[in-house]
Design a binder for this molecule. Structure first.
Ligand code: BDR
Ligand code: CA
Length: 316
């Protein structure tokens, strides 16, 4: 039997971050060894509290949570309350976790664990890249100590979601993203080009909600955090941005890639735009087997899967 992949998740929890945490702990081939938090979708106070509470709901208070960056490297923090609500969790109030925040800060915890388990850890960043940039400043050999790096961020082939040009995570801290992409490390980058094709539909949500009997923890979590989107705000679907990054970490063959060099817009007009500048080592996802991933996600989380509205995967 193969050994589970050791994962550190760097999150700004966040509705879809919460689902990524749930999906990770429900995946037998993942060993989530720590979660680091930062300001992004909401303040770092909220994203850290949300992370603790999500892990508690999933029955995993044993996984350490380390609070990280409270603001981007050089910009004022912009949140995503328009989608994730002020509390970052779609207004959901989960039972408060009894667990306490880990002793060392997010970037310090990433460095410590990478040294403790050299070339064993896949770091999956699904928020702004501030923690990773700080960790790289402090420990320039960090990437050599990892088994892999997966990033949810960017919009390479289609429009953004915070501006026409930019995706939220990269827009939030473009200087941090520029620093990370400048390493040309063979990281996997999962942008809106693919994450928009992996969807949780309202029909699946409602089918799960109306099912009798006790729900599994993953389904309970999804019913809580997506309630406002589907039952109050009238959304028909939500993209599984952050869970797909975990999918890529576990099974890279779910996606296709273009190997490229990447630059980030740092000006006012192009802030956070991710541009391919030529060949390089960064694996920019340009296609996804959306059906395979979405089915896997629903199964692991204990959600009903209504296939209505499924978009065709790119590159198929
Ligand atoms: C990304 O931005 C955040 O709002 C989501 O959690 C996801 O990480 C999508 O653009
Ligand atoms: Ca996120």
């Amino acid at each position: 039997m193969s050994t589970p992949t050791k994962i550190i998740l760097d999150v700004d929890t966040g509705i879809d971050d919460a689902l990524a945490i749930g999906f990770t702990v429900r995946s037998p081939m993942c060993e989530l060894i720590a979660v680091t938090t930062l300001a992004g979708n909401s303040s770092v106070e909220h994203t850290t509290r949300n992370t603790l509470d999500v892990l508690n709901l999933m029955g995993r208070t044993d996984i350490p949570v380390h609070r990280g960056a409270s603001h981007p490297l050089s910009r004022t923090h912009v949140d995503a309350a328009y989608w994730h609500d002020e509390n970052g969790l779609g207004g959901a109030k989960l039972p408060p976790s009894p667990a306490v925040i880990g002793a060392d800060r997010g970037p310090a915890a990433i460095i410590r664990l990478a040294k403790e388990f050299p070339r064993e850890i896949t770091l999956v960043c699904v928020g702004p890249l501030t923690n990773l940039a700080i960790a790289l400043n402090v420990e320039p050999t960090l990437l050599d100590l990892l088994a892999g790096l997966v990033i949810m961020g960017g919009a390479f082939f289609e429009h953004g979601n915070i501006t026409d040009l930019a995706e939220f995570n990269i827009y939030c801290d473009p200087e941090a993203a520029a620093q990370v992409f400048a390493t040309d490390y063979p990281m996997v980058v999962v942008g809106l080009d693919v994450t928009r094709r992996t969807i949780l539909h309202r029909t699946s949500y409602l089918a799960t909600q109306s099912r009798s009997g006790e729900h599994e923890p993953g389904a309970r979590l999804a019913l809580e955090v997506a309630r406002a989107l589907f039952t109050q705000k009238g959304k028909d679907e939500m993209a599984l941005h952050d869970p797909l990054a975990i999918g890529a970490a576990l099974d890279p063959s779910l996606l296709t890639y273009q190997e490229a060099s990447v630059e980030v817009g740092l000006g006012e007009a192009d802030r956070g735009q991710t541009r391919i500048t030529g060949p390089g080592k960064i694996k920019v996802a340009n296609g996804v087997n959306a059906e395979a991933f979405t089915q896997l996600f629903h199964e692991r989380m204990g959600l009903d899967w209504q296939r209505g509205g499924m978009e065709l995967a790119l590159g198929e």
